[in-house]
Ligand binder design. Sequence first.
Ligand SMILES: CC(C)(COP(=O)(O)OP(=O)(O)OC[C@H]1O[C@@H](n2cnc3c(N)ncnc32)[C@H](O)[C@@H]1OP(=O)(O)O)[C@@H](O)C(=O)NCCC(=O)NCCS
Length: 318
Amino acid sequence: MVETARVGSVLVGAGHYQPERVMTNDEMATIVETSDEWIRQRTGIVTRRIAADDETVVDLAEAAARDALTSTGVPIAEIDLVIVASCTSDQRSPNTAGRVAERLGLHGPAIIDVNVACSGYVHALAVADQAIRAGAATTALVIGAEKLSAVTDWTDRTTCVLVADAGGAFILRRSDQPTVSDVTWGSVPELAGAVRIEPPVNKFAQEGKSVFKWAISEAEGLARKSVERAGYELSDIGIFVSHQANLRIIEPLARQLGLTSAIVATDITASGNTSAASIPMAYSKLARAGELPADTPALLFGFGGGFAYAGMVVRTPK
Ligand SMILES: CC(C)(COP(=O)(O)OP(=O)(O)OC[C@H]1O[C@@H](n2cnc3c(N)ncnc32)[C@H](O)[C@@H]1OP(=O)(O)O)[C@@H](O)C(=O)NCCC(=O)NCCS
């Protein structure tokens, strides 16, 4: 990549949080007519975590943020921007970012919520990066948090086996040697209603087959475009963190992109689909396990409700 002198941001580190309660596929089979075999074969999911009734999206977001702050050692006083990506916020106002800032005792940061469902995290990261580039922030806490169990129709086997609860967070900091790339983002109006949480039902619903077909035929080109716009070659990409929707999407996508020697995040198996939390959590878990080499380009690619997508490349910390 040709390095040009510009102010931008670097990824300092990440954190995540999952609720205590593990739900297995066998337990799911006691709730709806399904089986461990069907869920594993069609989705790759083995377990997922479900929040307690009184555990809120703010709780999940706060716990992920604390984990990121502790692991990076970034002082609370330095955070001047909090962005939360979520499509399951507890309330409309005050927003989740404001509540998290209050809970953490931050010193009056800008507080922004972003709702672009499963691609929301990459959108939030791009907004934070652009705020830093514009000089409107220096240190950003970017969180993805979802309590999808609260909007799950527990009688619908086509959706309840897929979704779960979690939080994930990155900390970005201003730098004159930036390692966070430009974003490629956009939407697909023909699929606008394909993934939804709409009144009067207000439960997660999707046209799974349409989304699956789109992912298999269109995601590759958009992920390629993301890498190109970020200023990299696909052969530079050492880590691939896609939205964790289905192992049968993640693995073919990695193959289509020729990322055969890259580290590919497959946290879907342990965690299910956690929408905006899935990318930062999958990244954070790999980092925590010591599996991510330093200063390595990681392709982050999200897609889902809207219907929207977003991709960017972030280098792991040096
Ligand atoms: C949802 C998804 C896993 C379904 O897998 P699929 O292989 O397309 O399965 P189908 O919907 O064709 O269903 C196949 C059969 O399994 C049945 N089935 C559906 N859910 C089931 C379950 N949990 N257990 C057992 N059987 C199930 C269906 O009723 C259907 O039965 P039929 O053939 O008798 O009609 C898949 O379409 C998918 O992952 N889509 C993309 C989701 C996504 O990325 N969403 C983005 C938003 S985050």
